[in-house]
Design a binder for this molecule. Structure first.
Ligand SMILES: [Fe+2]
Length: 296
C-alpha cells in the first residue's frame, strides 16, 4: 500500500479566535501566517501553515491532514482506500486553498473524524521566514510532521481497526494502565506513519466530551519546554499535567488547557521509530515520572 508520509497538518474548530491567537503566539510560540474573519493560519516552520484554526462552535479537532510526498503516491493511496470501500472525495478548490496545499482528498471515519490526504504544502517565501516571539530553539516538524494527536474513540477497537487496516498506520505500542486513575484502566494504542514520529495518533476510550484529548507540539530544546511552562503559569493558563516523562515515546512534556477545552502537550525528545528494528511493546503505565495533575 502507498504509505502516509506523516501527519502534515491539523485543522481545529475553535470558537474564540482572539484568545487562540494570543495563546498560540505568546504562550506556545507559533506564528500567525494569515488571519481572516473566520480563520487563522498558524506557522511552526517554513510552511505557510501547519495548524489551521477555523471559527466554529465545536471547539475540537476538525481534520487530520495526512501528507504524501508526491501526487502519484497520494493518487495510488486514494485508489487503494476506495478499493477497501472507503468513500474518499476530492476537496473543492476553496477547501484545498484553505489547507494551503496542491491537492486534498478526505474521508470520514466511523467515529465521525475527518481524515484529509494531501500533497504539495505551500512553502513561505524566503522573505517571510518563520519567527517565534518566544522560542529559543524551534519546533520539531519537517519530515516528522506537525506533532501528534490523542483521540477518543467511542468504539475503540473499531477505531484502531480502521486506522491500521484502512488507513495503513503502523503499530507503535500499547499502554494499559490501571494505576494512574483509581478504578479506571486506560487502554491506548499508538500508531505511526512512514517518517517515524513515535506516534502521529494515539487512540483510546475514556470519558471525555471531545474527539481530541490533546495535540502535541514538540520543540528542539528542553529549555523551551521549561520556558513554556513558566509562561503558562505566569499567564494563568490552566495546567492539566505538570512536567513528566512518557515511557513509550520518551517525551518530556507538560499539558495545558487550550482555549477550546482540549489540551496541548508541549514536549521535547520524542522517539523516532526505525521500522526495521522496532519491537512493539505493551507498557503498564502512562508516565515514568511527573505528569501530576495540579493539586493532586
Ligand atoms: Fe501525547
Amino acid at each position: 500500500m502507498s504509505d502516509i508520509s506523516t501527519l502534515g497538518y491539523v485543522v481545529l474548530n475553535v470558537s474564540d479566535l482572539d484568545q487562540w491567537e494570543s495563546f498560540a503566539t505568546d504562550i506556545l510560540g507559533l506564528q500567525v501566517g494569515q488571519r481572516t474573519d473566520n480563520s487563522i493560519s498558524l506557522r511552526m516552520d517554513e510552511r505557510e501553515q501547519n495548524i489551521l484554526l477555523e471559527r466554529g462552535t465545536a471547539d475540537d479537532l476538525a481534520a487530520l491532514g495526512w501528507e504524501f510526498d508526491t501526487f502519484e503516491a497520494l493518487r495510488e493511496y486514494v485508489d487503494e482506500l476506495r478499493a477497501k470501500d472507503v468513500n474518499v472525495i476530492e476537496c473543492d478548490g476553496q477547501v484545498t486553498q484553505s489547507r494551503k496545499a496542491e491537492r486534498v482528498f478526505y474521508c470520514i471515519d466511523p467515529e465521525g473524524l475527518r481524515h484529509e490526504f494531501f500533497t504539495g504544502p505551500k512553502i513561505a517565501p524566503l522573505s517571510k521566514p518563520f519567527r517565534s516571539k518566544v522560542l529559543v530553539s524551534g519546533f520539531e516538524t519537517g519530515r516528522l510532521g506537525v506533532g501528534h494527536t490523542f483521540c477518543i474513540a467511542q468504539d475503540y477497537p473499531g477505531a484502531v481497526k480502521f486506522a491500521t487496516e484502512k488507513l495503513g498506520l503502523r503499530l507503535s505500542d500499547y499502554i494499559r494502565d490501571s494505576e494512574t486513575f483509581p478504578g479506571v484502566t486506560v487502554d491506548a494504542t499508538f500508531l505511526h506513519s512512514a517518517t517515524g514520529r513515535h506516534h502521529s495518533i494515539g487512540l483510546a476510550y475514556m470519558p471525555f466530551p471531545k474527539k481530541m484529548h490533546h495535540l502535541m507540539v514538540q520543540v528542539k530544546s528542553l529549555d523551551d519546554v521549561g520556558l513554556a511552562f513558566d509562561r503558562v503559569r505566569k499567564a494563568g493558563v490552566p495546567v492539566v499535567m505538570e512536567i513528566g516523562h512518557h515511557p513509550n515515546d520518551g517525551m518530556v512534556s507538560f499539558y495545558c488547557a487550550a482555549p477550546s477545552g482540549f489540551a496541548i502537550e508541549f514536549g521535547w525528545g520524542g522517539l523516532v521509530i526505525d521500522d526495521s528494528t522496532w519491537n512493539v511493546r505493551t507498557y503498564s503505565q502512562l508516565d515514568d515520572w511527573g505528569h501530576q495533575q495540579p493539586g493532586k
